[in-house]
Design a protein around this ligand. Structure first.
Ligand SMILES: [Zn+2]
Length: 256
């Protein structure tokens, strides 16, 4: 008897999660109205540089993300004028759980559960409507960190964790990282070689038909880097030199 009830309850919870995930997907891939994205800044290393940078952030710093998605959406014939609306929230105090580099499938599943639990508590602001997508923006002092840890964007839960540099000169690159993770949450997949970082041809190239092919002027957003030659690539300085490729547009249901 109790066993049956326990199993029934568990099935109910699983069903609830599945329905919730499905509703999230419908809401974020319909593109009938702007998706609200909340940026939650965090001082990743507790540095003075990080703190100073966060205190000077304004919502305008993220306007290039809105502009980029409006420009690219328009290129794919999206009727919606503004696909995303970005809101800036006040600085949080706790950092999201980190994912170990060697985590297996179970480790990743456990981490994503912990992240969803963390996000539920860290992003509820009394009197403010919760954003559809929650993006944790973790700022690091570039003086003490050569390479930022891997960023993540989860479609299940609509949560992003973006590791960024607390440096005004890196603001454009930060917006590229945030937009890349943001598009993961709405269904886009990576388009670079996970081992080397090289943009994949043709899906990770800004202009696959370019003659000669190299150097590429633009990066595909889910590759994140533009190929300069067969074995050199770089992240552009801003979203002005980035495009959404046709495969990404299809994955996020801008095209069908
Ligand atoms: Zn990615």
């Amino acid at each position: 008897m109790w066993k049956t009830i326990r199993i029934a309850l568990l099935l109910l919870v699983l069903l609830g999660v599945a329905v919730h995930t499905w509703l999230d997907r419908v809401a974020t891939q319909g593109w009938h109205e702007a998706i609200w994205v909340g940026i939650f800044p965090l001082n990743a290393d507790g540095s003075a540089a990080g703190q100073h940078y966060i205190e000077n952030l304004t919502v305008k710093d993220f306007a290039p993300i809105e502009d980029f998605l409006a420009r690219e959406g328009h290129r794919y014939g999206l009727a919606l004028e503004q696909p995303v609306h970005v809101e800036l929230y006040s600085q949080g105090t706790r950092l999201p759980p980190s994912l170990a580099a060697d985590a297996g499938p179970l480790g990743v599943a456990w981490w994503s559960l912990k992240l969803r639990w963390f996000a539920a508590r860290a992003t509820s602001v009394p009197g403010r409507a919760p954003p559809r997508i929650r993006m944790f923006a973790l700022y690091h002092d570039p003086a003490t960190l050569e390479r930022a840890p891997d960023s993540h964007g989860l479609q299940k839960g609509l949560i992003g964790v973006a590791h960024l540099f607390a440096d005004p000169a890196m603001a454009g690159a930060n917006d590229i990282v945030i937009t890349h993770e943001l598009l993961h949450t709405v269904g886009a997949s990576d388009k670079y070689d996970l081992a080397s970082g090289a943009p994949l041809f043709p899906i990770g190239f800004g202009d696959r038909h370019r003659q000669p092919l190299y150097p590429q002027d633009e990066a595909e957003i889910m590759a994140g880097r533009r190929a300069l030659s067969a074995n050199e690539w770089e992240m552009p300085g801003s979203l002005r030199s980035v495009v959404v490729g046709p495969e990404t547009a299809l994955e996020i249901r801008w095209t069908h």
